[in-house]
Write a protein that binds this ligand. Sequence first.
Ligand code: FES
Ligand SMILES: [Fe+2]
Length: 343
Amino acid sequence: MSTVYSLEADYYTDPEIYAQERQKIFKKAWWLLGPGNLCQQRGEFLADAVCGWSVFAVRGRDNSLRAFHNLCRHRGAQLLEPGNGRCQAITCPYHAWGYDTAGKLIATPGFERAADFDAAAFGLLPVAVAEWRGMIFVCLDEKPQPFEQWIGSLDGMLADFPDLGELDYHGQFVVDGAANWKTYCDNTVEGYHLHAVHPRLAVAVDAGSVEIKPYDNGNLVAFHVDYGGEGAGLRGNKGLWAYKYPGFQIAVSANAFKIERVEATSINTTRSVNWAWYGNLAADEIEDSFAWSETVVREDLSICESVQRSLEGGFYVNGPLCNSQETNVALFQSLVRQALQAG
Ligand code: FES
Ligand SMILES: [Fe+2]
């Protein structure tokens, strides 16, 4: 068996590679926009930037959920501030053009329309949207792959855990890190670092019973977790942590459901956006669990930042991957290589 080496440093530092990733990886994937419960009622919207592309989803008068690029067709101003809310129509903050919740241009105040100006051609630019198990996903590709195909085996794995509707939405937290997005994904798909980086987590899970398996050709990596007797009261016995390439993570157990969007905000910055739900737990247990989740993300991003500094320093190129504990790192990195090589 020959040694497999990690991706070379320039994959984490070269602006040309990053530009290619935006087109060949980020644009083609589905991205978690946020919880569906924020867009239930007619007129409710949820706006955010995904990999630097500003988008929003809105529930129309016909009860359909649609998503659009968050930009005005006049001179391109951003229409909605990131966040959620409710509207009758969408008014641009720049020159007050108005759009309805189906994306149609309905007002151009003070704009004398020339005879050849076709307002119907200046509706909002649509973005593919999917609702899955109470979550909203978007895809920026003009020809998006079907969501069901993208989500793959993860859907069936969730059958053993509570639905979001059975749990109470608790809140969101965001952590930014100064590291290329791949350092975080490299880290996510291995349990090798668990003991050194996450001491509390290492105690809570029965390390011997964590089974890490790739599915769907490495597009999904699942950690099947047993919290053991000690953690059973807090989180139930069985848990699932899963990473869905390239930027979605989920951690579920009998009483908790946490979802995460991991996105590149630049070549050397990564954002982790998390939402959590709980059920059947005391308030202090929920607070503790929520804060602990954030601690885990901070622990991960902190070690990624140290890796990024070395990748940028010019002395480290790459290193050997462990053939028992880091096989999924090699798989993830081969997906990146393949995507970049594709036409
Ligand atoms: S940019 Fe929106 S109205 Fe001018
Ligand atoms: Fe970790």
